[in-house]
Design a protein around this ligand. Structure first.
Ligand code: NDP
Ligand code: MG
Length: 384
């Protein structure tokens, strides 16, 4: 029997964190947690450290008191603690499950330290896709996609030639407002937007699913992960979330990956890659009828999807600005400061006001990101 893979899990207390823990719980002989991080939830982090007997943990000082950690856990609270954990000496694999733009620095730190990564944090590719993929290449390490769509594509292209890919088709559930009359979108509440029909996820990504900004971010993510131009990336609505994405090859054949809507399938695939083992949940039941409907998305209903596509086509810092403005707008929506349709208005206006040159290094990207956030915040100020 081979040694278990040593895993660092950044963002252990979140939704992807929890799904990752389910896979680790299922396969203790194959996966061992050696590091975990949280941003604010000290109590949950201590519980995870105790259950999995984790030797290293990180919690920022700002998170306040940290109690109930087992004595075997070395708890780092220093400013650079997250980056140290991302490059932990004896780790084989680093799972990037933190939310938002804060994922970019630890992603780069892990790659620079020669670690293979399982990437759930799509924002790091949206901000610095070129830099991330280049750093992975230079350090000869793998970026294993954990986002279910990209993991599906990754599975479908195994053993295929890049030049034989005609296009990739990302599936989207369409979220809770897929059929709501468009004029009613201005009245939707936070609770309605957080009530996703198929997936249970963190708040930010759930709102992004309702606006389809999430699919926009995923188009940008796919562009970098699979090195394909925007013209080869498509989106289709598939309300039951069973087909997780498809690849169309130049001969016209399409391959798809199917599984029930639980992130454990994609995460387990990425964590155990290239091996497979029994899943956390049971597979699809084909003894019952399955609805595999595909519908083209309405651009009028989902302006965030259009804006993401335009920013991808524009290139440079536009995707970064799209992401920053979206994060600021979603935060404002969750605080009840703006209405649902204003999320796309804020992104649109921020994109049109922003005119900073793009440069592909971490410090510049972080500066551009903070500038875009400042402008988006200004835009919100003009609305209220
Ligand atoms: P959650 O909000 O549920 O969890 C976020 C995690 O990151 C928590 O552990 C949180 O710690 C930590 N965190 C929050 N802010 C920071 C910060 N500034 N710096 C470092 N850590 C931070 O998010 P999700 O698990 O839903 O999403 C994580 C990532 O995965 C996102 O990029 C998302 O787009 C992507 N993703 C998520 C999917 C899902 O099903 N949830 C599906 C596909 C992709 P604490 O709990 O202490 O605040
Ligand atoms: Mg996804």
């Amino acid at each position: 029997m081979t040694e278990p893979k040593k895993i660092v899990l950044l963002g252990a207390t979140g939704s992807i964190g929890e799904n990752t823990l389910q896979v680790v719980r299922k396969h203790p002989d194959r996966l061992q947690l050696v590091g975990i991080s949280a941003h604010s939830n000290a109590e949950k982090l201590a519980q995870i450290a105790t259950e999995f007997n984790v030797p290293h943990a990180y919690l920022p000082e700002a998170a306040g008191k940290a109690e109930n950690f087992p004595s075997a856990t070395k708890l780092d609270r220093s400013t650079n603690g997250l980056l140290s954990l991302a490059s932990l000496d004896n780790a084989d694999l680093v799972v990037i499950a933190v939310v938002g733009a804060s994922g970019l620095s630890p992603t780069l730190a892990a790659l620079q330290a020669g670690k293979n990564i399982v990437l759930a944090n799509k924002e790091s590719l949206v901000l610095g896709g070129d830099l991330v993929m280049q750093t992975a290449k230079e350090n000869q390490v793998k970026v294993l996609p954990a986002d279910s769509e990209h993991n599906a594509i990754f599975q479908c292209i195994q053993g295929e030639n890049q030049r034989d890919i005609d296009s990739i088709i990302l599936t989207a559930s369409g979220g809770p407002f897929r059929e709501l009359p468009i004029k009613e979108l201005q009245h939707v509440t936070i609770e309605q937007a957080l009530d996703h029909p198929n997936w249970s996820m963190g708040n930010k990504v759930t709102i992004d699913s309702a606006t389809m900004a999430n699919k926009g971010l995923e188009l940008i993510e796919a562009r970098w992960l699979f090195d394909l131009p925007p013209s080869k990336l498509e989106v289709v609505i598939h309300p039951t979330s069973i087909v997780h994405s498809m690849v169309r090859f130049i001969d016209g054949c399409c391959l798809a990956q199917l599984s029930p809507p639980s992130m454990t399938f994609a995460l387990q695939h990425a964590l155990l890659y290239p091996q497979r083992a029994e899943g956390v949940h049971t597979s699809l039941d084909f003894s019952k009828p399955l609805d595999l409907q595909f519908i083209p998305p309405s651009i009028d209903r989902f302006p965030c999807l259009r804006l993401a596509k335009e920013s991808l086509e524009q290139g440079g810092s536009a995707p970064l600005v799209f992401n920053a403005a979206n994060e600021i707008a979603v935060e404002a929506f969750l605080l009840n400061r703006i209405g649902f349709p204003q999320i796309s208005d804020i992104i649109d206006e921020t994109l049109s006001r922003y005119a900073h040159p793009y440069k592909n290094d971490l410090q510049t990207l972080l500066f551009l990101d903070s500038e875009a956030r400042r402008i988006a915040t200004e835009v919100i100020g003009t609305l209220s």
